[in-house]
Design a protein around this ligand. Structure first.
Ligand code: AVJ
Length: 321
């Protein structure tokens, strides 16, 4: 298939902006790589596998909340929404909502463009009557929705506690951009992971099979392709743990020996034990989660949780301007 090989080739090298962002992170005193680079084709599949792990409670806990309160959720949202899925991945979570929400249009956005396009192609077969669009976009710093996206009843769908990748300040700014991107009839369906005991969190982000470790390490191979770096994954070790003081899980990659890495336009030495910070996953108290929405121009209409209070699924409506 010449077309897909072309697409693959085109996506091997980063745009200048992406290359600059990655190089700046690698050169920083405390090196970091943005978690959005976890999601190349393999990373997206590894994340799907994480969602099946017994240790990784968020996906199944959220799914159980949605299943249990589906009628209430449907009533809160109402039919005919323009359902805009932020970080749609395989689109499975949104697809579970279709029979309840009866959206007029489904817009699936993901930084992994080919992955989400394939998912939409399959989903359109199952739901031929719903208008669907796949958009390969990085929406983390700005949200430019093309004209194909209906403006009526925009409902942003942001499940899985992806909001946790932002600091609370960034999360507010992001939610404010969502508010600005919908009319007064707009809304938000969001999943937010709640604070819980450290042992549960540690296990969820450092599972026994090593799937999360593979997911984290794979970011290095993605960076190798994007900027011609020469990371050797065998020289690095996954770290995933709860930082209670910061109310967040952190993922890092730790150098197991003294080593050096080079990439197009730069190089750096790492000493044994030095880390690259790859992800934060903030955990909220329920009241703070609701506060975050209120500070961003939304009002929570319902907060649904599981019996253990591990996860919150929230419907919020836009506060009229
Ligand atoms: C997709 C950002 C919600 O933070 O739990 C899973 C990503 N990282 N295991 C999360 C992730 C490690 C996930 N989010």
């Amino acid at each position: 298939m010449p077309t897909s090989r072309l697409t693959e080739a085109r996506q091997r090298l980063a745009t200048p902006a992406v290359a600059a962002e990655l190089a700046a992170g690698l050169a920083a005193r405390e090196a970091f790589i943005s978690p959005k680079y976890l999601y190349d084709a393999l990373g997206s599949r590894l994340f799907e596998a994480i969602c099946e792990l017994p240790e990784y409670y968020p996906t199944r806990t959220e799914a159980a909340i949605v299943a249990r309160y589906s009628a209430e959720i449907a009533r809160a949202v109402g039919p005919g929404a323009t359902l805009i899925d932020l970080g749609a991945g395989n689109c499975a979570k949104a697809a579970a909502l279709f029979p309840l929400l009866h959206p007029a249009q489904y817009v699936a956005i993901d930084i992994a463009a080919d992955f989400v396009r394939d998912a939409i192609a399959r989903l359109q077969q199952r739901f031929p009557h719903i208008e669907m669009t796949a958009l390969g976009l990085d929406f983390s710093s700005k949200l430019d929705l093309p004209d194909v996206v209906r403006t009526e009843k925009r409902l942003f769908f942001y499940p899985g506690s992806s909001i946790g990748n932002f600091t609370p300040d960034e999360a507010r700014a992001f939610l404010q951009r969502l508010r600005a991107a919908c009319d007064d009839d707009g809304g938000l369906l969001i999943g937010i992971d709640l604070v819980k005991d450290a042992a549960t969190l540690d296990a969820a982000y450092d599972d026994d099979l090593g799937i999360t470790a593979a997911f984290n390490l794979n970011i290095l191979r993605h960076v190798n392709r994007l900027i011609g770096a020469d990371f050797d994954v065998l020289q690095w070790e996954h770290r995933g743990f709860y930082n209670e003081g910061e109310s967040r899980v952190e993922m890092h990659l730790e150098a197991m020996e003294d080593l050096s890495v080079s990439w197009h336009g730069g190089a750096r030495d790492f000493s044994a034990g030095q880390r690259i910070h790859t992800e934060n996953s903030y955990k909220y108290r329920q009241s703070l989660a609701v506060g975050l929405l209120e500070q961003s121009g939304f009002a929570a209409t319902h907060v649904w949780t599981d019996p253990d209070n591990w996860f919150a699924f929230i419907h919020a409506r836009a506060v009229p301007r």
